[in-house]
Structure formats: C-alpha cells, structure tokens
Design a protein around this ligand. Structure first.
Ligand code: ATP
Ligand code: MG
Length: 140
C-alpha cells in the first residue's frame, strides 16, 4: 500500500475539552504525519454541504448543529495506508463499540459527539481535503 493522504476533523466535543493535542498525539503515535492543520468554525451551510451524504438521516439536523457549535480542527494526515490507519485509530462510530486504545473509546461522549471524523475512501479523502484546504496550504 502506498503513501496516502486522508482528511480528519477534531470535532467540537474534543476541542471544547482541550483534547486537540491528545488526539494529535494518537495520530502521530500511529505513524500518521500531520501535514496541514487549522482551527476553524464552520457555518451551517458549510456543515450541511460537508455532511450532505447524510441529509436524509434522522440525525442530520442534530449533527450539523453540533458541528458548528464550537471551533473544530481540520487536518490532513499522511502515511502508509493513511485512510484505513486513521479509521483504525479513530475506532467505531459508537464509542460503546470502539476498541480499547482508540480515540473514540478514550474520548468520545456519544455516537454523535464522537470526537473525530475521518475520510472513508480515497475519493472522499480527496474531496474533503479540497473542501477545507487550498493548494497553497498543502506542502507537497
Ligand atoms: P465520520 O463520518 O464523522 O468519520 P463515521 O464514518 O464513523 O464518522 P458516519 O456513519 O459517517 O460515521 O456518521 C457521520 C457522523 O454522524 C458520526 O461520526 C456521528 O457524529 C454522527 N452519527 C452517526 N450515527 C448517528 C446516530 N445514530 N445518532 C446521532 N449521530 C450520529
Ligand atoms: Mg463517515
């Protein structure tokens, strides 16, 4: 498997509890290099676009409101098999199902307030990186 890039969000529940550094340390310990990083706060329109794939799900409104409730940290992670590796280090969506040592097991509050987002495929990773970062912000 080649070197890949993936997109990550440290979500409002985590930034609010000062967990940005602890979560970044988990990525780095897993061999993922943080190649771009910034703290932003999304508008409702941006959150609705970003999570558009979930627009028909019952939790869509709650999810978008949560994602704009506090600043978030958006990052690009790079490494061998980065997309799958990041999903592994994140753990299952519901912290009750997440494996020991994963970010969601250690830090998530609930299935909704689950501390991190990570891209699920190469196509979504490329789209999500381009949604938040300009070419100038991405070192080759
Ligand atoms: P993410 O896309 O954030 O990396 P994921 O791929 O593990 O998480 P998805 O199924 O894509 O999970 O859901 C996107 C997000 O929507 C979840 O991370 C969570 O914040 C929220 N979510 C998912 N299921 C529920 C639910 N049943 N109730 C409330 N919120 C939910
Ligand atoms: Mg997802």
């Amino acid at each position: 498997m080649a070197i890949q890039r993936t997109f990550s969000i440290i979500k409002p529940d985590a930034t609010k509890r000062n967990l940005t550094g602890a979560i970044a340390a988990k990525f780095e310990a897993a061999g993922l290099r943080i190649v771009a990083s910034k703290r932003i706060q999304m508008t409702l329109a941006q959150a609705e676009t970003f999570y558009g794939v979930h627009s028909e799900r019952p939790f869509f409104g709650e999810l978008c409101e949560f994602m704009i409730s506090e600043p978030i940290v958006v990052q690009v992670l790079e490494g061998e098999d980065a997309i799958a590796k990041n999903r592994e280090v994140m753990g299952a969506t519901n912290p009750a199902d997440a494996a020991d040592g994963t970010i969601r097991k250690e830090f998530a509050l609930s299935i909704g307030e689950n501390s991190v987002h990570g891209s699920d495929a190469p196509e979504t990773a490329a789209e999500e990186i381009a949604f938040f970062f300009s070419g100038l912000e991405l070192v080759g």
